[in-house]
Design a protein around this ligand. Structure first.
Ligand SMILES: Cc1ncc(COP(=O)(O)O)c(C=O)c1O
Length: 389
């Protein structure tokens, strides 16, 4: 049997990881500025996280949601405390797409309406309604197509107001990333998020804060949406939540009431996933990683702003992007193979940095040196080619 070939792969096999470094099978060390796509929140193989999972594994790894699972309640309490949303309710699932799918569905159960407002360049996952609310027709299969999703331009308050004025009685929810990740590190303005809040209040619609990538402390606040000073009705979470152990969840405002059977999952909230997620929150708390992400992010932004050759450095906390001009289009690949640094990308020309929240200033300096070296050598090569031709 072969693997279903859907991923364009880098020709590297990682066999070991620790903190912000990974090693390939021949022992070569790489600096991880990508965090396995924003997933590594507290650092690879963090000892407390490993110990918690190991201990749980020896007790019980899984039982279905038909029995009491006290570790779910422990996770809910810790999550409430660390996120500051203590009066919210937690529903656990397994991935970001699933979190958004459940959020959109719950909103519709709640207000009995059908339309979803989503925005240009959004990414919300690949399950049926999440992908329909994603602004990329290439990944929407015919069976996912629906006229229930309305796409509006990002950060356009006028368009949002007009849409609500015309169809507010049909709009069930608005789903938005506070910092678009796949879209290329584009921030929603505070005013835009506040406008979403007030229109959702006025028209009885549900504000869904997709915090799958920008949440869990990555932005320097628990939720990137918090910067706008308003509360969403539902926050969706996944990536950083388990530091690589698959787990997702939604935080649900107290005014939304549960009913038995309205949501459900076999694997969501299993003992092992909850142990991993609890370990993540314990480390975030004990190592003050949200504050660290904020400060290290500011430092990284400052260092990047001094680098000649890259453009539009932007972002918040440890969710940072910059544009790469055409002449340096191989920068990401060269960083990986020449400088041994993993970075992320957003099409067509953005490099995305999503390192662990525990990355140190020294590692940031190491990255900046690698970036500078690579840009200098790429430019030299361009000049040499020009001289020869
Ligand atoms: C903002 C956002 N929402 C949802 C998802 C989907 O998450 P998952 O791949 O865990 O289903 C992603 C994944 O990149 C994302 O960035």
């Amino acid at each position: 049997m072969t693997l279903f070939d859907v991923y364009p792969l880098s020709n590297i096999t990682i066999t070991k990881a620790q903190g912000s470094y990974v090693w390939d099978e021949s022992g070569i060390q790489y600096l991880d500025m990508y965090g396995g796509h924003a997933v590594i929140s507290i650092g690879h193989t963090n000892p407390h996280w490993v110990q918690r999972i190991e201990e749980q594994l020896h007790k019980i790894a899984f039982y279905s949601n038909s029995i009491k699972i006290p570790i779910q309640q422990q996770l809910a309490e810790k999550l409430g405390k660390v996120s500051g949303k203590e009066d919210y309710q937690l529903f656990l699932c397994n991935s970001g797409a699933e979190a958004n799918e459940n959020a959109l569905k719950l909103a519709s159960f709640e207000n009995k309406k059908k339309k979803v407002v989503a925005f240009s360049k959004s990414f919300h996952g690949r399950t049926s309604l999440a992908v329909a609310a994603t602004d990329n027709p290439k990944i929407v299969a015919p069976v996912n197509e629906t006229d229930n999703v309305i796409f509006l331009p990002f950060n356009d308050e006028g368009a949002l107001e007009k849409c609500f004025a015309e169809q507010g009685n049909k709009i069930s929810s608005v789903i938005i990333e506070a910092i678009q990740g796949v879209g290329g590190i584009i921030e929603a303005t505070k005013g835009f998020l506040q406008k979403i809040r007030s229109l959702c209040d006025e028209y009885n619609a549900v504000y869904i804060a997709d915090s799958v990538q920008d949440g869990y402390g990555r932005s320097g606040e628990f939720f990137a949406h918090d910067a706008a000073g308003v509360d969403a009705d539902i926050y969706t979470m996944a990536k950083g939540m388990g530091n690589g152990f698959p787990i997702g969840g939604i935080l649900i405002a107290p005014h939304i009431q549960p009913k038995h059977g309205m949501l459900g999952t076999t694997f969501g909230g299993n003992h092992l996933a909850c142990a991993a997620a609890l370990a993540v929150l314990e480390v975030i708390e004990s190592e003050d990683l949200i504050e660290q992400a904020k400060k290290t992010g500011e430092y990284l932004l400052y260092r990047l702003s001094g680098i000649e050759g890259i453009e539009n450095v932007r972002g918040r906390g440890l969710m940072i992007g910059f544009d790469v001009p055409e002449e340096l289009k191989d920068l990401k690949k060269n960083l990986l193979y020449n400088q041994r640094v993993f970075t992320g990308e957003a099409k067509p020309n953005v490099i995305r940095l999503l390192p662990s929240l525990a990355i140190t200033r020294k590692q940031v300096d190491e990255f900046i040196d690698s970036l500078q070296n690579e840009i200098v050598s790429m430019r030299k090569a361009i000049l040499t080619t020009a001289e020869l031709s």
